[in-house]
Design a binder for this molecule. Structure first.
Ligand SMILES: Cc1cc2nc3c(=O)[nH]c(=O)nc-3n(C[C@H](O)[C@H](O)[C@H](O)COP(=O)(O)OP(=O)(O)OC[C@H]3O[C@@H](n4cnc5c(N)ncnc54)[C@H](O)[C@@H]3O)c2cc1C
Length: 271
């Protein structure tokens, strides 16, 4: 069985992760990790519950969200529609009380339902290592995933989120209404200027090996009204861009079609 280590500071935790390398796994809410522990390569579990990462701080123009903030606490602290919808769609109340923001960002498909919301909102991720802190745009974090798994990214300590300039929405396509893995999840954040879309971020999870921003869908709506034609073009662009997998939840064929359907639906909420 792995040994549980409980560092008392971020510096100590980052040092332990650095010195134990691949033998160390970060333990947050444990709702995913504890099911995978045995058999597991992890010799050491580095608990994050004593690091002061469980707070959301409102700052000028946005929020600093600790990586160990539970999903329910995130929903209560940050009044952004796409984020609130995403946290409601993850598991049931027990999971939302235990599972953390950081843990969900590392979840592998078909989990990881928070990612599209934070991609659409343009969040930055802050990591700690023995060399200090480093900030990475969330797009770049997911672009570095390989075969559906995150790289050894170190300790995620917080998420920096600016108040969005536009309106946001989020939808999850799933087989059941509650506590169910996703077929696909989609989020969008759209800014308009005089009825024309001036900026858009559209992101999906479950539709490819890692969550991603769909630039083709964004380009389909920028510069025009958010009308039926633009939304249909964005849906077609999303269907062409995704590279879904078949698993017990859904076939790749169904996921591809639902990616298009749900991109259109999420944009329709913002029209
Ligand atoms: C009944 C049930 C229903 C579920 N339903 C959903 C669902 O609908 N949607 C969904 O997306 N997920 C779902 N999940 C999966 C899981 O609960 C979530 O993904 C959850 O958010 C994981 O968070 P956690 O804090 O429990 O992470 P943990 O299990 O503690 O860790 C998960 C992974 O993240 C890494 N990690 C955690 N924190 C950090 C950090 N700060 N820095 C670096 N690495 C870190 C861990 O090392 C591990 O690899 C469900 C799970 C259960 C048991």
């Amino acid at each position: 069985m792995p040994e549980l280590l409980r560092p008392g500071s971020v510096d100590e935790a980052a040092g332990l992760i650095g010195s134990h390398g691949a033998a160390a796994a970060v333990l947050a809410g444990g709702t995913s990790l504890l099911r995978e522990i045995w058999p597991s390569d992890a010799g050491y579990l580095i608990a994050v519950d004593g690091l002061g990462l469980d707070r959301v701080e409102a700052r000028d123009g946005g929020w600093s969200i600790g990586a160990a903030v539970p999903l329910r606490a995130l929903r209560e602290a940050v009044p952004i529609p796409a984020l609130q919808a995403a946290t409601r769609e993850i598991g049931g109340p027990a999971v939302q009380n235990m599972a953390t923001v950081g843990g969900n960002l590392f979840a592998r498909a078909p989990f990881g339902d928070l990612a599209p919301a934070l991609l659409a909102l343009g969040a930055d991720l802050v990591f700690a290592s023995a060399d200090g802190e480093a900030t990475q745009p969330i797009d770049a974090f997911y672009a570095a995933w390989s075969d559906g798994a995150p790289p050894r990214a170190g300790l995620l300590i917080r998420i920096e989120l600016d108040e969005p300039a536009g309106a946001s929405a989020y939808l999850k396509c799933a087989r059941r209404r509650y506590s169910t893995p996703s077929v696909v999840t989609v989020a969008a954040c759209v800014e308009t200027d005089g009825g024309t879309v001036s900026a858009a971020r559209v992101a999906l999870s479950g539709a490819s090996a890692a969550p991603f921003r769909c630039g083709a869908a964004e380009r389909a709506v920028i510069g025009s009204a958010l009308d039926d034609a633009a939304m249909a073009a964005a849906a077609a662009a999303a269907e062409a861009a995704v590279t879904p997998a078949t698993d017990p939840v859904a076939t790749d064929w169904y996921r591809r079609r639902m990616a298009g359907v749900f991109v259109r639906r999420v944009l329709a909420q913002l029209a």
